[in-house]
Design a protein around this ligand. Sequence first.
Ligand SMILES: [Fe+2]
Length: 367
Amino acid sequence: MLPTNLLNTDLYSIVSAFDLFEGMTIPCEIFYKQNSDLKLALKNTTLSKISIINLQKLEMSYGSLYVRNCYFEVIDNEIKKEKDRKNLVAFLNIYSNIKTFASKVIDNTLQTKSINKANTDIVSFNIKNTIVTFSDSHILKAVNEKPADYYYLYNHSIHVAMLNGLMGKWLKYSDEQISKLVRIGFLHDIGKTRIPEQILNKPGPLTDYEFQIIKTHPVHSYEMLIECGEKDTEILEAVRGHHEKTNGTGYPDRLPYEKMSEYSRITTISDIYDAMISKRVYKSSNSPFEVLDEFSRGKFSNLDPHLIDVFLQRMPGELIGKRILLSDGRVGTVVFVNPREYLYPIVNIDDNIIKTNEKLRCLSFFD
Ligand SMILES: [Fe+2]
């Protein structure tokens, strides 16, 4: 039994047994308060199901459980990590279901050359829900997943929808605006289902004629949306305008910056980011760091500079802690991304902190 006054001197913090989990190591004592005395419930152990149930019973009977303040942060960090892990599992489950359904929706569009509005609404609704429910880091894990060997329209469509949704979140858009951005992202390239496959996936360089055909896809997307009953002009215009450039040299309407909606300027950025990190028949994939580097150096000079700033401010932080495949075959964890040198982040490889460089490059995220 401990003296009661210890409890009253702020030396203890409250923990809940309902946050503890099986397999968790408790490096200290856990107490409960009976009348005005602190009593030991358990100490220095790895929690089993039974021990957690016993702690929960004590918490329900006596109000709270306590640990010494000096151990609270360790325990709290473990609890946060476990919650994050469980959250990631839940997200990956939902993401897998979204992918399965979205691939069927796109396949169906390829066959019928028309959009089933109800089904695309379901996909957009579910993607939007994941954006507002899960952490940005989980969403980006899906976007930055190891690129598929073959280009799938549904993958790109989901990724652009997610990036658009994140940008909406970062720009503090309303729920309704985020929903629109997600729908625009999911359907921006749907018009490609009306482009002949041999042109769309041609391994070699395109002829001028073939390029002109490819360039019709935003108009096809726009028309397909009108045909399926889409009435929202902001969605229609942004889908049509996702290849416009801020200096008025884009297509299909050569709109200048002032006439491009923010929705379409956001979609352009999301589209370029995902296209660059994806493999295509005519190009290998770039790492997210290469894309950030090119964005920061203004390689795509006709993007909205304010939106690029937002993207560059938010994206690097979300890449920290991710496991990455390096060009020498090793796997490291990103620990720091220098905003003055996006290309070469600092990584932890087997507990060695290493700055990547021209010879040791980051390729793609590992898992
Ligand atoms: Fe496009």
